[in-house]
Structure formats: C-alpha cells, structure tokens
Design a protein around this ligand. Sequence first.
Ligand SMILES: NC(=O)c1ccc[n+]([C@@H]2O[C@H](COP(=O)([O-])OP(=O)(O)OC[C@H]3O[C@@H](n4cnc5c(N)ncnc54)[C@H](OP(=O)(O)O)[C@@H]3O)[C@@H](O)[C@H]2O)c1
Length: 194
Amino acid sequence: MNPIRISPRRSRFDRVTEPDLKTLSPKTPEIVIVAAVADNGVIGRDGDMPWQLSSDLRRFKAITMGKPVVMGRKTFDSIGKPLPGRPNIVISRSAAAIDGAIVTPGLDAALEKAASLIEGDTTEICVIGGGEIYRQALERADRLEITHVEGRVDGDTVFPAIDPDVWTLESEERVCAGERDSHDMRFAVYRRTA
Ligand SMILES: NC(=O)c1ccc[n+]([C@@H]2O[C@H](COP(=O)([O-])OP(=O)(O)OC[C@H]3O[C@@H](n4cnc5c(N)ncnc54)[C@H](OP(=O)(O)O)[C@@H]3O)[C@@H](O)[C@H]2O)c1
C-alpha cells in the first residue's frame, strides 16, 4: 500500500528536505502504527499520556526496538529525549534541529529517511504518534499495533477511527492491569485488507 522504498544510508543527523526518489531500491518496508487508545479514542491529555501503563511501555519497547521511529514534534517533546536503540525521526515545520534526532519537514520525507535507516533483519518503520501524525499516516500504514486501554478517559488528543472495511483484527490478547497499570488492556494487531 505504501510507496516508500529503502534507499541508501545518509548521515543520521542531517535535515531532509524532500524524498530522494532517485535512490529508491525495490524493497518496501512495512509501516507500522503503534498506539495506546482508550475506548473513546483518547490518546493524550495536556501534552502527555492520560494513564500509567507499564505493561504497554514494555510492549512498545519490544515492538519498536532497533527500528526507525517516526513521531510528531509534540510527541518528541512529551518524551523529552530520543528513544535509545532506535533512529528517532521527528516531523516539524518549525524545528531546525534536535539533538539525537533527525528533523524532517513532513511525513513523506520522514518515511523516506526512516527507510534509509533500516538495519539488519528489520523491515519495519514504526510511526509512534501523536494524533496529528497518526491521522496523516493511517492511510499509508500496513499494520496497526494498538493497545486498547479499557475505559473512557478524559483527554484532548484522539486516534482516528479504525475502519473495519479497511482493517482486519489479526490477533488480540487481554491483559489485566498489573501493579503499575492504571487500566486493563487488550494488545491488538490489525492488518490492512483494503
Ligand atoms: N497514546 C499514545 O500511544 C500516544 C502516542 C504518542 C503521543 N501521544 C500523545 O499525543 C499528544 C501529542 O499529539 P499531537 O497530535 O498534539 O502532536 P504530534 O502529532 O505529536 O505533533 C504535532 C506536531 O508535528 C508537526 N507536524 C504535524 N504534521 C506536520 C506536517 N504535515 N508537516 C510538518 N510538521 C508537522 C508540527 O510540529 P511543529 O509545531 O514543530 O511544526 C506539529 O505541531 C500528547 O498528549 C502525547 O502524549 C499518545
């Protein structure tokens, strides 16, 4: 579904201006959206997560480690530092440079840059939020790794609707809240089928 192809490596810290269409190679990475979403669609509040979910953080780390992660500037700000062990690609119209991350001016450039930074056996790019970036990336994604946070949660940022005509639930695992989780969860994987 997505037109991105892996292209040769560039410096990890340069600012990308536009996708380098001349250097495309035939391999297509999978674009994976990773998100935790409450029953009412909420993903964030006041620039932060509206819950405490250690189990989800463990899942997030397992899914994303070693893979390029693409995020909006506000999500980078909320994390506060680059995620270790993963090339961090930040989408921003305003930021010129961010220590430890690559700044790109839009989603296309971010995905192109991410594709060029895939290493080893990895074939995936992870799009990790927030709301603005999920909305733009959903039509480009191949797979959704969603932690459904059980319950309605107050917040100001939401995940777009997951259209059942487009996305098929491939697997789902229920996880009861542990000591460091504020909510029960379901770890779900959706695959694009249209
Ligand atoms: N539950 C979850 O899984 C999850 C995951 C991630 C984040 N979150 C939450 O989501 C919230 C943040 O989401 P958000 O929607 O407010 O912000 P966001 O998507 O993280 O970032 C928005 C910023 O990205 C840049 N941007 C967006 N589209 C762009 C485009 N087409 N071209 C260039 N730059 C673009 C702009 O940066 P500039 O302003 O610098 O130009 C914009 O202000 C926080 O509450 C966070 O905790 C939740």
